[in-house]
Write a protein that binds this ligand. Sequence first.
Ligand SMILES: NC(=O)c1ccc[n+]([C@@H]2O[C@H](COP(=O)([O-])OP(=O)(O)OC[C@H]3O[C@@H](n4cnc5c(N)ncnc54)[C@H](OP(=O)(O)O)[C@@H]3O)[C@@H](O)[C@H]2O)c1
Length: 296
Amino acid sequence: MLTTSAIHDRDNEDEYKMKMVTLPDGIGVPALGQGTWRIGEKKSAHADEVAALRLGIELGMTLIDTAEMYGEGGAEKIVADAIEGQRDRVFVVTKVYPHNASHTELPRACERSLKRLRIDTIDLYLLHWREKNTPLAETVETFEKLRATGKIKRWGVSNFDVDDMKEIPSIENGQNCATDQVLYNLENREIESGLLPWSLKNEIPIMAYAPVGHGRGLLENATLKKIAKRHDATPAQIALAWVLRQPGMIAIPKANNEEHVRDNACSTEVKLTKEDFTQLDQEFPPPKSKQPLPTL
Ligand SMILES: NC(=O)c1ccc[n+]([C@@H]2O[C@H](COP(=O)([O-])OP(=O)(O)OC[C@H]3O[C@@H](n4cnc5c(N)ncnc54)[C@H](OP(=O)(O)O)[C@@H]3O)[C@@H](O)[C@H]2O)c1
């Protein structure tokens, strides 16, 4: 099985390099990060949740995604403890509720997130999803003001479909949108029919959430298990390697279990073959209107 000990057994550990994705402003971030949904909800889980994130950071998954919504701020506090003493190594992504995305509420929500995260600046601040009550141009303008004051380094969006994304370049400073964080895994390939080709063409990376299908039925799939066996890997590693096959793609699996964290960190080692892709396409068919994907 692909384990982190295999990484550490190498003669030259420096050879192990995390695949990087370049954001539109030129900064490189690890293609494989960590999610935090459903953490920060129970006091009793605090130490384990912090330890899991710290282990992930140690293993190179130094991009951490969170949101003011997760545990109503609880997840951001766990992230704060996990990055304590190593803030500079970590790329912190958090998200604002759409009902806090107006020019009056967004700076306040940002301050609250900064305080919970115990940091001076957010590396990437995302609009969690779109609601029509605040015009997108108002949110973008406020993101830009936060960027100018150094409260955030860059901004992006989440759960935007291709039509939403097409609107962004027409908004002033819309070209600064750093990513769209969306659902993407073997069972949910809808973005391949529009959003993914558009993003590749416009060089806006996609951040895939639920890349291991929320850890549910997907990982029990017989084809996935068969391919995993062939690679001496786990189904989750195959699922992640499949998501990360795509250029400009970031994946943010969430794992509390130490074994899962180690598993996920090693998924970048898996090299899927043509035969694997064919079998995965048969088992998890791409959307019918799939367009040919350009490369970044
Ligand atoms: N923007 C949005 O609207 C949105 C929506 C959903 C999620 N997200 C973000 O994306 C992140 C990931 O999505 P998600 O948490 O919904 O789903 P996910 O990462 O696909 O799945 C997480 C589940 O899978 C399990 N798991 C992780 N690695 C595993 C492995 N190697 N083997 C077996 N099981 C494994 C975890 O178990 P353990 O915890 O027990 O290890 C957990 O139950 C979230 O945490 C959040 O940061 C964003």
